[in-house]
Design a protein around this ligand. Structure first.
Ligand SMILES: [Zn+2]
Length: 558
């Protein structure tokens, strides 16, 4: 113990320090010193727009970004101020931060059932799945305000809008891409390991959106300087759902009316844009890939659930607060154009989505040869020109890169759509995860013999490191017909449902996001542990033709 005399001043200092420790969430862990500082020559290309926003991140003198507590307070103030706003708590993050959803409608509805009764398109907007992409989150608060009380208020007579402003509150607090578990929420939409992903799914299941928009930011410097000696130049990147199992009528609507409106609005605002693209952290790998085609990305997953689905990214990761107003405004212009398009084409949008859902049910009820599911995917690599910017002189320069083209994705493995998938009764966890994604599940009431297709493993490769928190397994199988006697309680996933695509991408073993890929259904080249499977057989079975079976529905947990 120290024998120094008691000092009130020291005590006060200690208390302030202690308070700072115990109220950490008042200040996000953003360190401006670590941000890349763009040259004046570069910055002059990105002047702030003539807008004034009242969200916490734009308070005078602000040096960091909106904290979790400020977001909650802002949402609550909005609710008090506007009859159009209802607030729902949809989940809790891994570190215990609550996740609100803001439900906006002219009538002040707050549930999915009420929203459907209005007979209008429903739009779900998700911000900040990646915690170090602050303009995505801030734009959600600005949009909520403009819809509730501002210039976008008239849209609420034509649309219901549901906004999850902070989809990754822990990542936002730590100012990092993923939550502290290091598992990426935006690669978790099939396996649903994370409570944050599950919260987003609850909203999508309940509201069955016609349009889904995922708001992000992209890296400006880092790998682009290291690999190509340039900075990114585009204000915005955009991409709709590009998994080939998305209904083509939805892709056509996205590529036509919606993308067209996005382009017009940004041309008027003076913002440049391109398809979304990225490049790996491996400095020897120069491939530039358009946003991926895998089903576990939020944009693609929402597309598989029959939303016209968009990713919007602003130019912002790694540059601190530079051009923050422009970044947020570019989101407002972009998402605003998609909302306006949904409102202006409400009937066409709703009819197209309803037809896609109905057709998916019909195809599952009576599957036909030639009606295939794309299982393992491949995208061609072509040459692509990109506008970049010199980090010192600020001069625009075009580079040519090898470009993996998601718009031309093809199925390396395709299989006929089955009538149902069946798995043995031990796999409760698989059934539960599919129910989290809105899938309707049945169980056999009594032991039943069925003619099925089985998967025989011919090759299996496990990853040497963790991928999204799991050792992944790439398997190759051969499909073999057989008769299997399934025990009572075996799980049945009928494909005559709107979410049939979700079942297929989770259960086809070679699908990049499948439960086999992520090790939830353990397989071995020598065989699986499932009781009724032969050696080297995966305990997932395809029933190809409609049959009479005795089943009972499984109720999802609330
Ligand atoms: Zn992101």
């Amino acid at each position: 113990m120290s024998d120094r005399r008691f000092s009130p001043r020291k005590l006060l200092t200690a208390l302030v320090a202690l308070a700072a420790l115990h109220a950490p969430s008042l200040q996000a862990q953003f360190d401006p010193e670590r941000a890349y500082k763009q040259s004046a020559e570069v910055r002059q290309h990105y002047p702030d727009p003539q807008v004034a926003y009242d969200t916490p991140g734009f308070a005078p003198g602000r040096k960091d970004f909106t904290s979790h507590e400020e977001m909650l307070a802002y949402v609550e103030a909005l609710r008090r101020r506007s009859d159009a706003v209802r607030v729902r708590m949809v989940g809790e993050s891994q570190e215990g931060r609550v996740m609100p959803a803001i439900v906006l409608s002219g009538e002040g509805v707050q549930t999915g059932v009420q929203a459907r009764r209005l007979g209008r398109p429903v739009v779900v907007l998700a911000g900040l799945q990646h915690g170090n992409e602050p303009a995505g989150g801030e734009s959600m608060l600005v949009l909520a305000n403009e819809l509730a009380t501002g210039r976008l208020r008239p849209l609420l007579d034509k649309l219901t809008v549901v906004i999850v402003p902070h989809s990754n509150p822990d990542g936002a607090y730590h100012f990092r891409r993923s939550p502290y578990s290091n598992v990426d929420i935006n690669r978790d939409h099939v396996k649903v390991d994370l409570p944050e992903t599950r919260a987003l799914h609850r909203i999508v299941n309940e509201f069955e959106p016609h349009v889904f928009v995922d708001a992000h930011e992209f890296s400006v410097a880092t790998r682009w300087i290291e690999k190509f000696g340039v900075l990114q130049s585009y204000d915005l990147m955009v991409q709709y759902a590009t998994n080939p199992n998305v209904h083509p009528a939805l892709t056509a609507l996205a590529d036509g009316k919606f993308l067209g409106a996005f382009k017009e609005a940004n041309a008027r605002a003076g913002y440049t844009h391109f398809w979304y693209y990225t490049t790996s952290y491996n400095l020897k790998n120069y491939l530039v890939s358009m946003g991926g085609t895998t089903p576990d990305i939020g944009r693609n997953f929402a597309g598989l659930q029959h939303a016209v689905s968009f990713l919007i990214e602003s130019r912002g990761v790694g540059i601190g607060r530079e051009s923050f107003a422009r970044r947020v405004h570019s989101h407002i212009v972009s998402v605003g154009s998609l909302l306006q398009t949904a409102a202006d084409n409400a009937k066409e949008l709703m009819d197209t989505v309803a037809a896609a859902r109905a057709e998916t049910v019909r195809r599952g009820r009576d599957p036909q040869p030639g009606d295939n599911i794309a299982v393992r995917l491949t995208s061609p690599v072509i040459k692509q020109k990109l506008d970049m910017i010199d980090p010192a002189s600020g001069v625009l320069k075009t580079i040519e890169v090898d470009w993996s083209d998601s718009l031309k994705v093809e199925a390396e493995i395709a299989r006929q759509r089955p009538w149902a998938y069946v798995i043995p009764p031990v796999f409760h966890d698989i059934a539960e995860r599919l129910m989290v994604s809105g899938v309707e599940v049945r169980r056999l009431s009594k032991p039943t013999e069925l003619e099925v297709e089985s998967f025989q493993v011919t090759d299996r490769r496990a990853s040497s490191t963790f991928v999204e928190g799991r050792i992944t397994h790439q398997v190759t199988t051969e499909v073999a017909p057989k008769k299997v006697r399934f025990p009572a309680g075996s799980y049945v996933f009928p494909m005559a449902q709107a979410n049939a695509n979700v079942i297929a991408v989770a259960l086809e073993p070679e699908s990049p996001s499948s439960f086999v890929s992520f090790g939830m259904i353990a397989v071995d080249k020598k065989g699986s542990p499932a009781t009724i499977a032969a050696p080297s057989e995966i305990p997932v079975y395809r029933v190809m033709r409609p049959v009479e079976i005795d089943v009972r529905a499984v109720k999802p947990k609330p």
